[in-house]
Design a protein around this ligand. Structure first.
Ligand SMILES: C[S@@+](CC[C@H](N)C(=O)[O-])C[C@H]1O[C@@H](n2cnc3c(N)ncnc32)[C@H](O)[C@@H]1O
Length: 321
């Protein structure tokens, strides 16, 4: 299914907090026109427009990247870049997890590939944006519209494997402990947690990269986030209830010097930075002219010198309570 089809089916207003899989069914049954005709007072828009990009509209969720067609394409490309970089979709030593939770599932591509690799496992992906496919889903795949910051709506020890990738822009600094303890609560003893995160700042580079890093940090600060903390989560993950936590630091090359992965990563990462423009303007972090100047400098630097995005992976095994 291509992304255009995918997002067309979700570009409607649905009730906040509703289970998306059920919303999909009711949309199909009652028809788009009826859904659109519902009283606006009873319906809370799930998207908002910001400087020509579509964003989630979940209150209290600081995540700043858009959720429109362009972002759906970027997320899928990001998925392929990460899969190529690691050579696989997971690093935790899972074998036959009965139940898997993917937090911040994005387009759902990771989950659907995993569902094909583990046909006997049941996968649930949650996200505040319903940008996952709504038809032709593998029977072992389900997506739900859930704000992870409100707690995970699953019973204790439900999952054998909890996975979260590239969600740091959505976690306020003071909510990491709460989120990790929710990861631990829903993971069964002996089950696995895998997190893959980044602080989104370019490593190395010149004045353009430094200026952009400053703007990203200011944007995150305005939204109470500090993605740099993702580099040091080991003790918090252990305190939440996971043992033998391993941390792996990996550098994603950005630019043609990094071969095919670098060339594709350049597009994926530059598009993410460019997608932060609207939120940066909204928060008064920089003006359009300042951002134009920064991006022009950065693009020149990307040609002249190696630059990376630093990724960090954590793998931990749930201890017995
Ligand atoms: C950069 S995308 C990564 C998507 C996917 N994990 C991947 O690696 O392809 C981050 C995702 O986290 C979701 N997200 C952000 N804040 C969230 C929240 N509070 N609850 C649930 N999902 C959230 C976003 O909507 C977005 O789809």
């Amino acid at each position: 299914m291509n992304s255009k089809t995918r997002s067309k089916s979700v570009d409607i207003s649905l009730e906040r907090g509703r289970d998306y899989s059920r919303a999909r069914i009711s949309t199909r049954l009652s028809g788009l026109r009826q859904v659109r005709a519902r009283s606006q007072s009873a319906v809370q828009a799930i998207h908002r427009q910001l400087f020509a990009r579509r964003h989630h509209n979940t209150e209290d969720a600081p995540y700043c990247l858009p959720n429109d067609d362009e972002e759906v394409d970027r997320l899928d490309q990001q998925h392929y870049v990460l899969r190529a970089l690691f050579g696989r979709n997971y690093l935790a030593p899972i074998q036959a997890p009965a139940y898997v939770l993917d937090i911040g599932a994005g387009t759902g591509t990771w989950q659907m590939e995993m569902a094909a690799e583990f046909p006997d496992s049941q996968f649930i992906g949650i996200d505040i944006s319903p940008i996952q496919p709504t038809s032709c889903l593998p029977s072992n795949c389900q997506f739900e519209m859930v704000n992870m910051l409100e707690g995970l709506p699953y019973q204790n020890h439900r999952f054998d494997y909890v996975h979260q990738r590239m969600v740091s822009l959505g976690v306020p600094t003071d909510r990491w402990d709460m989120l990790l303890s929710e990861h631990a609560r829903v993971c069964r003893p002996g089950g696995w947690l895998e997190l893959l995160e980044t602080d989104w700042a370019p490593c190395d580079g010149g004045p353009g990269a430094q200026q952009l890093t400053h703007y990203i940090r200011e944007l995150c600060k305005a939204r109470d986030c500090e993605p740099r903390e993702t580099a040091n989560l080991t003790s918090q993950i252990e305190e939440a209830g996971f043992g033998d936590v391993r941390r792996l630091r990996v550098q994603l090359p950005i630019g043609g010097w990094g071969g095919l992965i670098g060339t594709q990563a350049r597009h994926v990462v530059l598009s993410a930075w460019e997608a932060m423009r609207g939120p940066m303007l909204e928060h008064g972090v920089a003006t359009n002219e300042q951002l134009d100047e920064t991006f022009a400098l950065l693009e020149a630097e990307l040609v002249e010198q190696p630059m990376w995005l630093c990724l960090v992976v954590y793998i931990g095994q749930r201890r017995a309570d």
